[in-house]
Design a protein around this ligand. Structure first.
Ligand SMILES: Nc1nc2c(ncn2[C@@H]2O[C@H](COP(=O)(O)OP(=O)(O)O)[C@@H](O)[C@H]2O)c(=O)[nH]1
Ligand SMILES: Nc1ncnc2c1ncn2[C@@H]1O[C@H](COP(=O)(O)OP(=O)(O)O)[C@@H](O)[C@H]1O
Length: 207
């Protein structure tokens, strides 16, 4: 456990976003970061998947080869890493430190293996699960997003089923948000984080 002093030095509590691919994590967190400019900072993960149109290296992800990623993992550069849908993903220590150095609330978008592994660290985040209203809605959203091949889509849907069960495990998440209507889900998210947002605004305004 971190004592009060180290906690204060590390800045505000990070926030973990998890939930099935296509549940709306990126949509919600981008909205949040836009509205609360200077409050949140995104932990830019590493991945071996290819960038999608519109995604930027260093902003959405650090896009790397398996070799580069494995070497960095072996080097102890990562807080956690996982294999998802045939690709490697991971949170580097540097990604989180870069956000915490600016005294911002660090946002992590990670899968359920990441959640399990972060629970073994002293990061002490708020765990938020974003869930879709149903598998049918999730499938429609993923298809309409037009980012996945049929094979990748099927892999994501299979992982989603496991994820939806995982999110029901007692004590796994602090907040569960069902993303049916976007504005409602966003309202719930802001409400869940209102105390942390208030604290960061106060501290950063007076410094
Ligand atoms: N464990 C872990 N999972 C990650 C990390 N970065 C992204 N993910 C997860 O990997 C999954 C796939 O992400 P992505 O390929 O961007 O697809 P999308 O979720 O459909 O937009 C999602 O569940 C993400 O939350 C990471 O650093 N660690
Ligand atoms: N509440 C919602 N209603 C309808 N479509 C949504 C909603 N939330 C997100 N979407 C859409 O669903 C797709 C998946 O959302 P995205 O944020 O990419 O999910 P994730 O980051 O969890 O994989 C996107 O095309 C997004 O625009």
């Amino acid at each position: 456990m971190r004592d009060a002093k180290t906690k204060a030095m590390a800045g505000p509590r990070p926030v973990v976003f998890s939930g099935p691919s296509g549940a709306g994590k990126s949509t919600l967190l981008k909205k949040l970061m836009k509205e609360y400019d200077g409050v949140f900072g995104f932990s830019v993960s590493h991945t071996t998947r290819n960038p999608r149109p519109g995604e930027e290296n260093g902003k959405d992800y650090h896009y790397v080869t398996r070799e580069v990623m494995q070497t960095a993992i072996d080097n102890g550069d990562f807080i956690e890493n996982a294999e998802f849908s045939g690709n490697m993903y991971g949170t580097s220590k540097a990604a989180v430190q870069a956000v915490q150095a600016k005294n911002l609330i660090c946002i992590l978008d990670i899968d359920m293996q990441g959640v399990r592994n972060i629970k073994r660290t002293d990061l002490n985040p708020i765990y938020i699960s974003i869930q879709p209203p149903s598998m049918a809605v999730l499938e429609k959203r993923l298809r309409d997003r037009k980012t996945e091949s049929e094979e990748s889509l099927q892999k994501r849907l299979r992982a989603a089923q496991v994820d939806m069960e995982f999110s029901k495990e007692p004590g796994m998440f602090d907040v569960l948000i069902m993303n049916d209507n976007l504005e409602d889900a966003y309202g719930q998210l802001k409400h869940a984080l209102s105390e942390e947002i208030g604290m960061v605004k106060k501290v950063n305004m007076s410094s």
